[in-house]
Design a protein around this ligand. Sequence first.
Ligand code: NOJ
Length: 523
Amino acid sequence: MAASWLKNAVFYEIYPQTFYDSNGDGIGDIQGIIEKLDYVKSLGCNALWLNPCFDSPFRDAGYDVRDYKKVAERYGTNEDLEELFKVAHEKGIYVLLDLVPGHTSEEHEWFRESAKEEENEYSGRYIWTDTAFSRGDGMPFIGGEAPRGGTYIINFFKSQPALNYGYREIHEPAWQMPIDAPDALATREAMKDIMRFWLDKGCDGFRVDMADSLVKNDGEDKLATMEVWKDIAGTIHEEYPNAALVSEWNKPMQSLSAGFDMDFYLDWRGNGYSVLLRDYDIPKFGKPFEKNNSYFSVDSERDIHGFLRDYLHQYEGSKDKGLWCLITGNHDTVRVAPMLDEAERRLAFAFLLTMPGAPFIYYGDEIGMRYRWIPTKEGGYQRTGSRTPMQWNHSDNLGFSAAAAEQLYLPVDPADDAPTVEEQEADPNSFLNHVKGLIQLRGAYKDLGNYSPFSVYSAEYGSRLFAYKRGELLVAVNPGRQLMELGLDTKYEIVYAIGEPVIYNRTLIMSAQSFAVLKPVEW
Ligand code: NOJ
């Protein structure tokens, strides 16, 4: 049984580097997050996901952890993080930390020990080959860096050696071990220990980085990685029934069966999620954006099937096990603004916030912060442009920090019309208030809840109109320029509208770029 709070959870993702700098050193911090909890609450969000805030050399923005049990100095102290849990809880906000179980930094103490020639407790904590000249059996590997006579497998960047959870198919018995080998089991226990450490301090669970990457040579079905998670997640859920786990996996039939409560629907080029919002080429530095061909782009002429083909069978196959979560974006994706303009984004967010799964809003998306072409920072590369400072108001550094502009972790959006919280809070028609209204709508109808059923009502091939049921409610969206009509199966009234949808007899008429939530009249 998943934690009961997930039923109504609406998450807000905070990139700690750039949310709010409370001490004027140019980088966001935990006290800054505490100061802004009322803002998070005002949105209607009741849960946070913080990107990694642990000690790290920051070769991959903190996804290269050097000490899992220590908050990075630049964000504050462990006590600050505990205070964040406490104050957040007082305000009814749950907090997920980011767990990186697949790799550490090359500067982690475990790795330093593991790289030594003489055998020690950590010799088997990472995946080392048997000689300094061995190749990685299809995995990227590094050689020539350590006294130990072996090469080691990496999980992502060069600075991120892969932790050892064992192999499913063993091709190289000299150095690949099965998943129940003592060293592989010790890695699992080390992860459980880290999770307990933070759960005991008051966090409410974890977003789990690259959760599908643990066991190597595991095939497409990931059976061995699932087995490992059944153990880790099973243990944690038993000991902490209120803890929630969300995986970066994007295969809910696997991840939710493996014991995760939620999985992300991620932006993988060409998948259902990406054709909804992000069917454009990754922007190239200094080059204009390509035309956006996604479903919510007004002129794309696309129907909803690119999404449904990918989504429906996975939703159906996993809905009884947990939540498959739609995101507005995250720290790895290109922000939807400006690729979708505001009218397009209004519809897109209305869709995202009326679908099943716990919604995740990436900081700044609620005010339409824009993707920017800026040089890479801490291994961000093209992702850096989605990680710029939160735009609070039009004071210096857009209210993010009191530091000098050149000291900021990343530059703020220099545009005169850079959207800000302050401006949009004051304008009842702002995008921010639109998003708040949608979160309120979601909270007002239990049929829009995270676990409430979803089914397709109308999705004709070639048609821009898409209509779906959430429980008894009917939701319709028309992202195109043509007026669309939809036959209704019963008498409804419109309880929420964008554009000018109207009901005429038993027909719903959807104006250009419109959205409607309908409730049966005799309900
Ligand atoms: C996925 C994270 O979201 C990303 O930011 C990171 O670079 C990789 N995993 C490696 O940990």
